[in-house]
Design a protein around this ligand. Structure first.
Ligand SMILES: [Ca+2]
Ligand SMILES: [Ca+2]
Length: 228
């Protein structure tokens, strides 16, 4: 019961109840939603490169079978990219440039342990340069394990014709983990790249890797206040 000396204030996801001189802090669970899973170097900004520079080394990611590069593009590839950021939904100044003549992927194993009943969603910005033609298709895979291309849980392989010239566009893949499957208890891993150029020159950019689970975001720490 709230009396004249009691005070209740509601903030998103929290309820503060201060009764008399005593202070009680209640932190209520927030609504179910998407909570981010940490992806290291998610925007491929490490190592830092000058305009038009490339690097086969990319922090926190491993090339699967064939390497491509990290690149800092120019206006010739994306308007505003010389001395400025890549267009949204890409971010920062650099992206992975899949430039292998056949196919190439990068992968990373996260610290997230796969739990039954949880939905995991991977979203990647995929770019089609003004001065290049993308691959016939590209790959967004969620998996686990140490195989070259991971042990696949789910794939999305959109056709390159879905891309927009001179722009980046978001693509996603998701799955809901089922009890009893081999992947339960494994570390969730990401494999992304591009493939199938049928002998022609192809180039596909990937950037701004986002991974979420369907668990409620953790409540922000509360501040205890003393009320006379
Ligand atoms: Ca980036
Ligand atoms: Ca640039």
């Amino acid at each position: 019961m709230i009396t004249g000396k009691n005070m209740v204030s509601r903030l998103p996801g929290k309820l503060f109840a201060c009764v008399g001189g005593a202070v009680t802090l209640l932190v209520l669970a927030g609504p179910a939603g998407a909570a981010p899973i940490t992806v290291a170097n998610p925007s491929f900004e490490d190592p830092v490169l000058a305009d038009d520079a490339t690097s086969t080394a990319v922090a926190d990611w491993t090339w699967a079978r064939f390497a491509s590069v990290v690149k800092n593009p120019l206006d010739a590839q994306y308007t505003g990219a010389t001395g400025g950021p890549l267009p949204s939904p890409a971010g920062g100044n650099q992206s992975i440039a899949i430039n292998n003549t056949a196919f190439s992927y990068v992968k990373q194993t996260t610290d997230a342990i796969i739990e039954a009943g949880v939905t995991y969603t991977l979203t990647v910005a995929v770019g089609d340069r003004l001065d290049a033609t993308p691959h016939d298709s590209f790959l967004l895979r969620l998996g686990y394990g140490t195989d070259t291309y991971l042990t696949k849980i789910v794939d999305n392989q959109p056709d390159g014709s879905n891309l927009v010239d001179g722009a980046f566009k978001d693509f996603s893949v998701s799955f809901t983990a089922e009890a009893g499957q081999a992947y339960i208890g494994q570390n969730l891993a990401i494999l992304i790249g591009a493939q199938n150029n049928h002998g022609r020159t192809a180039l596909t950019d990937l950037d701004n890797v986002r991974l979420t689970d369907s668990k409620a975001p953790p409540a922000a720490p509360g501040t205890l206040i003393y009320v006379k």
